[in-house]
Write a new protein. Sequence first.
Length: 317
Amino acid sequence: MTESATLAGLGEFGAVGLLTRGLVAGAGVELGPGDDAAVLQPGGARVVVSTDTMVEGVHFRRDWGNGLETGRKAVAAAAADLEAMGAEPWALVVSLTAPGDLPVTWLRFFHQGVLSECELAGLQLVGGDTTRGRDVTLGMTVLGRLDGEPVTRAGARPGDVVAVRGRLGWAAAGLAVLTRGFRSPRAAVAAQLVPEVPWGAGGEARRAGASAMIDVSDGLLADLGHVARASGVSVDVEAARLEVPEVLRTVAQATGKDALGFVLTGGEDHALAACFPAAGVPDGWSVVGRVVEAGDEPAVTVDGRRWEGAQGHDHFA
């Protein structure tokens, strides 16, 4: 098959075969791809389920990143929600919509990216679906196993500290660079194309007694706002505790943006933010704030004051 081959030439079943070739059923998978549905056996564990959609032109662009990067990003964005519940990533089902002129080369790289991130996350690809559409759209459904109680957004208590594991602001800085038509700093661009999820940190936080947790996908302030409202508390972030790397300062200076704003409101890094008793923060987590009484209503503040401007990303704003 030539490098110029397209999905139309490969055909639906050829595409399915490419995406499932070489898969071996692992622990807990009784029946993988090839039938009408997969069959899983979780044992005595809870099953945690989440889904995530990525649309070309909204969440990724093929002129910015290749199929491998998009495959990794799609898996990371979906499975980070399992980590946020304290669950162990287990199984993945992929739904792919694509135009007939999509190069098969892109699909091959996408397949490699999916499997690469699955290996990092501990996921098994167990099935999916393909159909034709105008743009590439990816539906990623993930399942996790949980031996214990889930960590929800609703358990934060006044007196808890707020801690973060993972990077903040890097993907937003990369987006700012790419939308200006540039490809550097490369580290920022790479962070937008492929997030670095702190795999395993969600279970670690659950075992350490985290009272609430969330995946930082829309921005630290926006996502802590979800925790505050669900828990009926307020959260105060201490700016001095936040790391603002030099690469973010460089991008901010070049684009006229605020480096601290990247950290506070930038999404798509898929770090984890969790609340812990003050003496229970695991190693590797950075304390960035505290949980306080809600007052008139739940709120998120920075150094005791409300952040001026957007709190984070809103798809429909």
